[in-house]
Design a protein around this ligand. Structure first.
Ligand SMILES: C[S@@+](CC[C@H](N)C(=O)[O-])C[C@H]1O[C@@H](n2cnc3c(N)ncnc32)[C@H](O)[C@@H]1O
Length: 280
């Protein structure tokens, strides 16, 4: 008797969790048959043709080996946009939406054309979420990684907002002309200490090391970004940076040292201080 290879049996017999299996199978159905996710139920008797079945088996094994779902399906939702993601960029995290919210609040407060800098843009998450939400925002996004910038630029084109975002390559502020100044600087830099065992766990094993760790104490990039911000901020301009759950005190101290005023700490949805902001 031939083996039952219907969607229903493939989903039933997999070692993946039901939720993850459905995401990956929906991806296969979209890619090979241009079918919507609802086909998982409405077409659950259908049998995959050989190429689609091979794709499913490949995704199944790779996920069981730990590869992040976002890389396997090539996309991740962030704030109000969907971003193309690949192994050259960090997978955008929900806690980073806090920086977007802080940026949007400041854009509303300024109530006019606003110049924004996103340092270490990765997939373009922060820059593009802001450009998508706010027509008055003129955004510059930088990264040291050429691979990340290519992905961010691709996302800007896919979202049809490439005209309002300028991408520059370089080491933090070195990517900018000396005279460039902004109303808002936002950054989610690498802040995991090099010795942190989380680097060898879960999704992080597959993400670019240069997006995760500063290869030091965890505070090196934050220190560079905070100490250099005043040279590129307009008067009363806002700097907001994401940091680790246990780095709030250290980051606030760096902001005080750099003479920022109106320093505030911001909680993520998990109740941890994950962002600090201050004004020039
Ligand atoms: C934690 S990831 C954040 C990516 C994106 N902003 C996000 O929130 O999803 C940090 C980013 O900083 C970039 N980066 C690391 N070192 C850098 C440097 N010296 N200068 C500029 N960018 C750097 C990495 O390539 C990476 O894209």
């Amino acid at each position: 008797m031939s083996k039952d290879l219907s969607l229903r049996s493939l989903l039933r017999d997999t070692a993946l969790s039901p939720a993850e299996a459905k995401i990956l199978m929906a991806h296969v159905l979209d890619k090979h048959y241009q079918l919507p996710r609802s086909a998982l139920l409405s077409r659950d008797e259908m049998t995959l043709y050989a190429e689609a079945l091979a794709d499913w088996r490949d995704l199944e094994i790779r996920r069981l080996n730990g590869e992040p779902i976002a890389y396997l399906v090539g996309k991740r939702g962030f704030h109000n946009i969907e971003l193309y993601v690949a192994p050259g960029v960090l997978i955008p995290r929900p806690e980073t939406e806090l920086l977007v919210e802080i940026g949007l609040r400041e854009i509303n407060r300024l109530n006019g054309p606003v110049n924004i800098l996103d340092l270490g843009t990765g997939s373009g998450a922060i820059a593009l979420a802001l450009a998508y939400e706010s027509l008055s925002a003129q955004i510059t996004a930088t990264d040291q990684s050429f691979e990340a910038l290519a992905i961010a630029q691709k996302n800007a084109v896919l979202l049809n907002i490439a005209a309002r975002v300028q991408f520059l390559q370089g080491n933090w502020y070195e990517a900018l002309d000396k005279n460039m100044s902004f109303d808002i600087i936002l950054s989610n830099p690498p802040y995991i200490a090099s010795q942190d065992s989380h680097l060898n766990q879960g999704d992080l094993r597959f993400e670019p090391v240069s997006a995760l760790t500063d290869h030091g104490s965890g505070l090196t990039c934050l220190e560079i970004i905070i100490s250099g911000a005043k040279c590129h901020l307009n008067t009363n301009g806002l700097l907001a940076v994401e940091h680790g759950f246990d780095q709030s005190e250290a980051v606030v101290a760096l902001m005080k040292q750099a003479d920022f005023h109106d320093i505030q700490t911001h909680l993520d949805l998990g109740g941890h201080y994950r962002v600090a902001s201050g004004r020039k």
